[in-house]
Design a protein around this ligand. Structure first.
Ligand code: GAL
Length: 672
């Protein structure tokens, strides 16, 4: 069920948020919907944490309040993104001992917060399925129902479980993967440290062990844990499909969230949605952080418009210091989601709770501020009015010619213990993404096995684990004329986390035209100078250095100091019709930019408008329309030279050409 509009029933840009009215007397609901209308809200996510209210006892359900809520929403022309309410099981369910998740030390989680269930608990599965079936039966034809929101942020708190039922499920998963114990023993190389298994029953989840655990066991457990939660999602989706095959189903993802392989997850979502909570502390770079998450989410959905399912109007409550958004930033960040390919922007949450774990989390309606008044509400309502003007943008796409190769299996394996140095995969991706973000060059994330045909450039930072077929795919891409950049400690192990023999990085040796004999990781305080052989200066390598031998590649920059002086550090190999670049150290900021400038040269990737620093530029397109978003993240006004581009600003209605002025945090959406 894929089309280019995330939720076909909701016309225009989707706008609203999490709405938890079960915390309030029904008299408050009337005020809520009145204000939602005023704010231009057309969708609310409801019942996300309502299980204990919907099912007070094992054999007793209570839907009447939800019936009234659904009717009220419909009367007010607000659609429901109805949750299946399975994110937080009611306390009574803990009477079943298999419900609780267990940590690696064997300690059980208790109810009293949320998400305390074991993903492999048969009790959880049984009750979740029964609840979902009842919800689907009851609301399948309700006119307010527009989409299903399964569970909530799967794995956010509990992403892996070591209970007895989880160990059993892990064994079943392993049997499906390996068929025989012999092949499991071979994959896990259990001959090392006397770990050979002669019975499936002896296999455990990787609980607390004295020292390094078996790396392939760890990797398989991560794969299993992602799959176990995905299986729960699928179970719910299949039930919903029986009743409402025409309605889209999603669950809210969390951007670069390590525990779940979102490439696998996204394939099961009718539209992809995510929750964005960048840090607003000075120096934290929230605009880049949010932009990276938007780009990943859009890419997970194959480029189709996504929904920003949650973000905050002001401040969260769960970091140690939680700065609020400054005036103008609600609009700016809401429109950023649309600029980068989203068709919806939703908040957590509508009305601020007076009590409970999130009582100090920002909301649309805030404690102590008369309802419908105050700066936050005014900005939210102002954005609602703006979004109505952007209907024509829905369904349009971002066209990227650059792809960042990203892989969860590689992330897991790279950061599991026992490596020559610690690696931060999320930061490696962010560093590359930041380069393109700062230059307003559109970029997608891609999986290693994807079809790379549309990309002129692929960057694969620290792709440590690489399936051999995927390695072949990268080589074929270059051979056919593509440009590839990869960095140290890529292509080292195969999908079983076994080193590929034949000289590091054997899986990429031919395409890179080199091999690496030895690694010399650096202390945090150390750095190595790298000298460009064309005389264009020196850059700084951190964290890692290595002995590179060139087969067919040529050096672009050499190490200059220590025992590696004069040996290659940055290389380029002509392979088929394309080129493959390699960096044998870790580069930050300006040093990374220097290499990326060279890698990008000649590709003509510049955006159609070149904007001053701090102005984000993004282009959404369809066959016959283009929408240029200009977002000023600066606290002062800036002028943008439009050059050849002219058109009408959809937000102000003004015709613009030559140049335009963006106020502090201002946004222009130029249609042409
Ligand atoms: C999300 C979650 C919401 C709420 C919010 C607070 O992770 O889905 O339910 O807890 O965070 O920031």
């Amino acid at each position: 069920m894929h089309n280019n509009t995330p939720i076909p029933k909701v016309p225009g840009i989707i706008y609203g948020g999490d709405y938890n009215p079960e915390q309030w007397p029904e008299s408050v609901w009337l005020e809520d919907v009145q204000l939602m209308r005023e704010a231009g809200v057309n969708l609310v996510s409801i019942a996300i944490f309502s299980w204990s209210k919907l099912q007070p006892a094992e054999d007793h359900y209570c839907f009447e309040w939800l019936d009234r809520l659904m009717d009220l929403l419909h009367e007010n022309e607000i659609y429901a993104n109805l949750a299946t309410a399975t994110a937080s099981p009611p306390p009574w369910m803990s009477r079943y001992p298999d419900l609780a998740a267990v940590d690696e030390d064997g300690r059980s989680y208790c109810h009293g917060s949320r998400q305390h269930y074991s993903p492999s608990s048969p009790t959880y599965r049984r009750f979740a399925a029964a609840l979902v079936r009842r919800l689907a039966e009851r609301y399948r034809a309700h006119p307010a129902l527009a989409a299903w929101h399964i569970n909530n942020e799967y794995g956010c708190h509990i992403s892996a479980c070591h209970s007895e039922v989880s160990a059993r499920a892990f064994r079943v998963w392993l049997k499906q993967r390996y068929k025989t114990l012999d092949s499991l023993n071979a994959a896990w190389n259990t001959a090392f440290w006397s770990q050979i298994y002669y019975s499936w029953e002896d296999i455990q989840t990787p609980r607390k062990v004295p020292t390094f655990a078996n790396p392939t066991q760890l990797l398989d457990f991560r794969r299993f844990s992602s799959d176990a939660l995905l299986d729960l999602y699928r179970m719910e989706k299949e039930i919903l499909r029986e009743y409402t095959p025409q309605l889209p189903v999603t669950t809210n993802l969390m951007g670069k969230f390590k525990p779940l392989d979102y490439w696998a997850w996204a394939k099961e979502l009718d539209f992809v949605s995510w929750d964005s909570y960048p840090d607003f502390l000075p120096g934290a770079n929230p605009c880049h952080n949010a932009a990276e998450g938007h780009d990943l989410t859009r890419s997970l959905g194959g480029g189709r418009p996504y929904v920003l399912m949650e973000h905050v109007t002001s401040h969260v409550h769960w970091r140690s210091i939680n700065p609020g958004k400054l005036p103008g930033m609600i609009r700016l960040y809401g429109l950023q989601a649309i600029a980068r390919g989203g068709d919806g922007a939703m908040y957590f949450q509508w009305r601020q709770s007076l009590a409970g774990a999130e009582q100090f989390h920002g909301s649309v309606l805030q404690h102590g501020v008369p309802a419908g008044e105050g700066r936050v509400f005014r900005e939210v309502a102002g954005l609602g009015a703006d979004l109505k003007k952007l209907k024509a943008v829905t369904g349009t796409e971002i066209r990227s010619r650059v792809g960042i190769v990203m892989d969860w299996n590689s992330w897991w394996a790279l950061e599991d213990p026992g490596k020559p140095a610690p690696f931060d995969y999320a930061e490696s991706l962010a560093a590359v993404h930041r380069y393109f973000y700062e230059r307003n060059i559109a970029v997608d994330f891609v999986e290693p096995g994807a079809d790379f045909g549309k990309y002129d450039l692929l960057i694969a930072p620290q792709l440590y684990l690489l399936d051999l077929t995927d390695a072949q795919g990268l080589a074929s891409y270059v051979e056919a004329g593509g440009r590839l950049l990869t960095t140290c400690f890529s292509g080292i192990v195969d999908s079983q986390a076994h080193v590929v023999p034949g000289g590091y990085p054997a899986a990429l040796r031919q395409v890179l035209g080199l091999w690496v004999e030895e690694w010399f990781p650096l202390a945090e305080s150390e750095c190595r100078d790298l000298k460009w052989l064309d005389g264009s200066g020196v850059i700084e390598g951190r964290d890692w250095s290595e002995v590179i031998h060139l087969d067919s590649a040529g050096a672009l920059a050499d190490f200059t100091d220590g025992h590696l002086a004069g040996m290659p550090a940055v290389t380029r190999n002509n392979f088929g019709k394309g080129q493959a670049f390699y960096i044998g150290t870790v580069l930050r900021d300006q040093s990374l930019a220097r290499v990326l400038d060279q890698v990008c040269s000649g590709l003509n990737l510049s955006p159609i408008v070149s904007a001053p620093d701090g102005v984000e530029v993004s282009l959404r397109e369809s066959a016959d329309h283009s929408f240029l978003f200009l977002l000023n993240h600066n606290q002062e006004p800036v002028e943008v030279v439009l050059g050849e581009v002219s058109g009408q600003d959809l937000l102000s209605g003004k015709s613009l050409q030559d140049r335009c002025l963006l106020p502090a945090f201002g946004v222009i959406v130029l249609g042409f």
